[in-house]
Design a protein around this ligand. Structure first.
Ligand code: PEP
Ligand code: MG
Length: 449
């Protein structure tokens, strides 16, 4: 699949594709994050390619490829080859398995996975993941019916309309959570409350807008006006993360109901679900406090309804510099911290995650940066915030569990840094679990040397 950049509307195509190539983006852009989660090869931010949607062609170094032509990708190096190169699926066996078993003998830092589907959870478990460090719930809405209900929820003009759409989403969410908790039975599953950049989810094309108008029984003009009113100058710093749950508490309530309802059902079936509920994009203690109140209130209702209780924890992402700076305050309300180093890097450097491709090559060439900080954790800057937050958090809550769930959680030097600052786990996409396990074990051995 070749796109200028991808958005949630491309999900069906991405899932059908063998590999994904985009002209815009970077290590943590939509295409890269979603493809990594799906275990697909992706080259994003290949600025030299020219994509022509109308003609269904892509021009690469003077050669024009049309729909159906073969190209091959190397997602590690970012190289694109003409023609088809044979590939082989990775599996954990033989010497590779022996090495991984050896890693477990030495490692202190555990490795979890970022997974949004039962399939990904199972793949990661087979690679040795010890639970889920991040389930991005917004990635669960891409199928046809779900995306319609999700769009209806975002486009609703009042809380009544939102409640109606949320009631449609609840059974989908509960079924999805049940599948994931079941796939990770007996291991912790950290589910993050909704954190979508809203603009990615609303229909920008007329066909999509007409479909939503029909679905919601309103005029196309009304939908268009709502889409326009949701437009933000800087969506990455806009109405996302817990800000959504603060302004629309009914979303937090629905998701809590779905997570804990799924867990109660599994417990009644004799399983051992271990849910963790994570509040994203916290910068102020009271954001977490208020979200926690909703979660705890709904939990009580759900446990009464089902006549069974499931142990669960409430934690937060540390991904806004202010959260790191005030980690001692945040830890009074959080049972665990998960470092979202994609956003933490974005906000510490002041670089938009989605727009880095335009200047990063020049920065690398001029040696202002040695590496892409969205790929390799910046230990001098971002790393200091992390180290400080771990220390501050544990000063008020000894033994506070800390982990990383940004894309750096699968990059060896970053994983080693996380081990050195005393984190409990690193979480990465399923196919990066083995490399993270190796890096974690190396960090432990190097520490003793
Ligand atoms: C992060 O910011 O590091 C993170 C894991 O969240 P997301 O990439 O979904 O913003
Ligand atoms: Mg984030």
């Amino acid at each position: 699949m070749v796109r200028i950049e991808t958005s949630p509307e491309d999900l069906a195509g991405m899932s059908a594709a063998e590999g994904i190539l985009t002209a815009r983006g970077g290590m943590t852009s939509h295409a890269a994050v979603v493809a990594r989660g799906m275990g697909k090869c992706c080259v994003s931010g290949a600025g030299a390619i020219q994509v022509d949607y109308k003609a269904k062609t892509v021009k690469i170094e003077g050669v024009t490829y049309k729909e159906g032509d073969y190209i091959s990708l190397n997602g590690t190096t970012g190289q694109v080859y003409a023609g088809e190169i044979p590939t082989k699926a990775a599996e954990l066996s033989g010497d590779f398995k022996a090495l991984m078993d050896l890693c477990d003998k030495y490692t202190k830092l555990q490795v979890r996975t970022n997974a949004d589907t039962p399939h990904d959870a199972r793949v990661a478990r087979a690679f040795g993941a010890k639970g889920i460090g991040l389930t991005r719930t917004e990635h669960m809405f891409f199928e046809d019916k779900k995306i319609l209900a999700m769009r209806e929820m975002i486009l609703a003009k009042d809380s009544e309309g939102r409640e109606k759409a949320l009631a449609k989403l609840l059974p989908y969410q509960k079924a999805d959570f049940k599948g994931i908790l079941d796939a990770m039975d007996g291991l912790p599953v950290n589910i993050r409350l909704l954190d979508p950049p809203l603009h990615e989810f609303v229909p920008h094309d007329l066909k999509g807008q007409e479909q939503m108008a029909k679905e919601m029984g309103v005029s196309v003009e009304e939908i268009q006006a709502r889409v326009a009113s949701l437009a933000e100058n800087n969506p990455m710093l806009g109405h996302r993360g817990c800000r959504l749950g603060i302004t629309f508490p009914e979303i937090t309530a629905m998701q809590t109901r779905a997570i804990l309802g799924a867990a109660c059902e599994l417990k009644k079936e004799g399983k051992n679900p271990m849910p963790e509920i994570m509040v994203p994009l916290i910068g102020i203690l009271y954001e977490l406090k208020q979200q926690k109140e909703i979660i705890q209130r709904v939990a009580k209702e759900v446990f009464e309804e089902y006549g069974v209780e499931v142990e669960f924890e409430i934690g937060t992402m540390i991904e806004i510099p202010r959260a790191a700076l005030t980690a001692d305050r945040i830890a009074t309300e959080a049972q665990y911290f998960s470092f979202g180093t994609n956003d933490l890097t974005q906000m510490t450097f002041g670089y938009s995650r989605d727009d880095i491709a335009s200047f990063l090559p020049a920065y690398l060439e001029k040696k202002i940066l040695k590496v892409d900080p969205f790929q390799v954790l910046d230990q001098k800057g971002v790393g200091q915030l992390i180290k400080m937050a771990v220390e501050k958090g544990r000063a008020v809550r000894p033994g506070l569990r800390t982990g990383i769930c940004g894309e750096h959680g699968g990059e060896p030097s970053s994983v080693k840094f996380c081990a050195r600052v005393g984190m409990n786990y690193a979480s990465c996409s399923p196919f990066r679990v083995p490399i993270a396990r190796l890096a974690a074990a190396q960090a432990a051995v190097e520490d003793e040397a």
